[in-house]
Design a binder for this molecule. Structure first.
Ligand code: NDP
Ligand code: MG
Length: 383
């Protein structure tokens, strides 16, 4: 039997996307298609190496340039609004990895669910903004969503083989980011480069800032709630500086099952493709004698208020998680552009969430509108 898997990688030029391609190369999978924003230099290298049938490039000028550069290949380049979704309609891959960053991943996620038997989901923002819709659509279309986020992959693994057991708590681990132990006063003057210095993981800029504010853990709490059908009260965040335990599940008898491994995203990416099987991976093995000890602390919700805000938002539900995510995406982008300070991110997201009137009923078009309107609101606040 020829079991060479066919993979599509969205966000192929990013941190997760490049590691997903490293996994496909290691396992000798076929890459059917890739999508990215504008990085045509790396995109061209990926086309020559992986020979995808289709490539979607969000930026139209970049796409036009790329078309010329790869005119000697058989790869078809698509671009323009909705090009990722259009491209997905042509494909028939076994697994689609969605590693586009931010809310822009939502429509590709929904289309991938309709097209493919399996979605390896790295793009947490869209499950935060539209978790209920995403889950409903996956059930309707019989698509398995396998988490790529390392904590959620860990929880997924800890739940395996325990289908009808009662989960007491999910213990969501958090590195604490580069500013662990700092007080609000110290955080006021941190620079973009300080905030980009994550102690244990090398990731894209947006998620690295989210890890520094602890918003990443807040988004992950909402992600876990949707993926594993648990209430926010059942999820406990633990600071674990070594990033060796990727998360844990506590059952009703108080037995705790944990998943451990080096801080290397190749492992969860690969498992999202190979599940329920395991195979050799390009990552290093854990060396427990080198690690020595594992430590745990309670998160500091006073000096890192976005975690508490996300917990409240998770309980409120409705469109509030979408609004919080949008305010955060805009605030992080303003911080990365040098337009606001680090602690302004806290204030902007907090104020936006506190002032939002949350409707009880909504559909996809309302989610898209709320995302857009919130980003405009935050942008206009600082002009
Ligand atoms: P990066 O910023 O490194 O990469 C983002 C990718 O998305 C790039 O390929 C970028 O293209 C592409 N992209 C951005 N906007 C669009 C768009 N509108 N259409 C098509 N492609 C687009 O991000 P990461 O890899 O760090 O993160 C990706 C997602 O995975 C995020 O949701 C993040 O939260 C999640 N995640 C990441 C982890 C990590 O270790 N990095 C861990 C767990 C989850 P271009 O390069 O051309 O701009
Ligand atoms: Mg994570």
């Amino acid at each position: 039997m020829n079991d060479k898997k066919h993979i599509t990688v969205l966000g192929s030029t990013g941190s997760i996307g490049t590691q997903a391609l490293r996994v496909t190369e290691f396992a000798d999978y076929a890459v059917d298609a890739i999508a990215f924003g504008s990085n045509i230099k790396l995109g061209e290298e990926q086309i020559r190496k992986f020979k995808p049938k289709f490539v979607s490039v969000n930026d139209e000028n970049a796409a036009a340039d790329l078309k010329m550069r790869v005119s000697d290949t058989d790869t078809k380049i698509l671009s323009g609004k909705n090009c990722v979704c259009e491209m997905l309609e042509f494909l028939d891959s076994d697994v689609c990895i969605n590693a586009i960053s931010g809310f822009d991943g939502l429509l590709p996620t929904l289309t991938a669910i309709e097209r493919f038997p399996r979605l390896g989901l790295a793009n947490k923002e869209t499950i935060v903004a539209a978790g209920t819709l995403v889950k409903q659509s996956a059930t309707k279309n019989n698509c398995e969503i396998i988490p790529v986020d390392s904590e959620h992959s860990a929880i997924f693994q800890c739940l395996e083989g325990n289908k009808n057991k009662t989960v007491r708590r999910i213990l969501l681990t958090c590195s604490g980011g580069p500013f662990f132990g700092k007080k609000m006063e110290d955080l006021k003057n941190v620079t973009v480069s300080d905030a980009l210095g994550h102690p244990t993981w090398k990731m894209g800029a947006k998620i690295t800032i989210d890890s520094a504010t602890l918003m990443n853990k807040g988004l992950e709490l909402i992600e876990a709630m949707h993926l594993f059908d648990v209430s926010p009260e059942q999820i406990e965040v633990l600071i674990h500086r070594e990033s060796i335990i990727h998360s844990m599940v506590e059952y009703n008898d108080k037995a705790v099952i944990a998943q451990l491994g080096v801080s290397d995203m190749c492992l969860p990416i690969q498992y999202a493709i190979t599940y329920p099987n395991r195979m050799e991976s390009p990552c290093e093995a854990l060396d427990f004698f080198k690690i020595g000890k594992l430590t745990f602390f309670e998160p500091d919700r006073e000096n890192f208020p976005l975690l508490a805000l996300a917990e409240k938002t998770a309980q409120a539900g409705g469109l509030l998680p979408c609004v919080m995510n949008a305010a955060n995406e805009e605030a992080v982008s303003l911080f990365l552009d040098g337009k606001i300070s680090f602690t302004d991110i806290f204030d902007l997201v907090y104020e936006t969430v506190e002032n939002y009137r949350n409707p009880s009923e909504f559909e996809l078009s309302d989610i898209i509108k709320a995302n857009f309107a919130t980003r405009e609101l935050v942008k206009n606040k600082i002009i």
